[in-house]
Design a binder for this molecule. Structure first.
Ligand SMILES: [Zn+2]
Length: 90
């Protein structure tokens, strides 16, 4: 598995904020929310700007990657689920 799951996020730089940032580092928007990943702890592990969709670190990249790896792999979208259901088993 060469793919790093953290690569699915738009993270620039290595700045870490334990608390939800009051403003996005990139666009300055105050519309920043915590992203919880099912299976990767019971609190947000990454911050996302709702304005520019950039992500900001709560933990080091290495720790964030470890948390992401501990979560079940869910690469399927809701739409794909519905199509899978509609098509039925092969
Ligand atoms: Zn932003």
């Amino acid at each position: 598995m060469a793919n790093k799951r953290i690569d699915g996020f738009n993270i620039q730089g290595t700045k870490i904020s334990k608390e939800c940032p009051e403003a996005c580092y990139y666009c300055g928007s105050s519309n920043v929310v915590g992203i919880e990943i099912i299976g990767a702890g019971d609190s947000p592990i990454i911050w996302e700007c709702q304005h520019c969709k950039e992500h900001m670190l709560k933990f080091s990249k290495a720790k964030t990657e470890r948390l992401l790896q501990s979560a079940p792999e869910i690469d399927i979208t809701e739409q794909e689920w519905e199509e899978a259901w509609a098509n039925g088993p092969n």
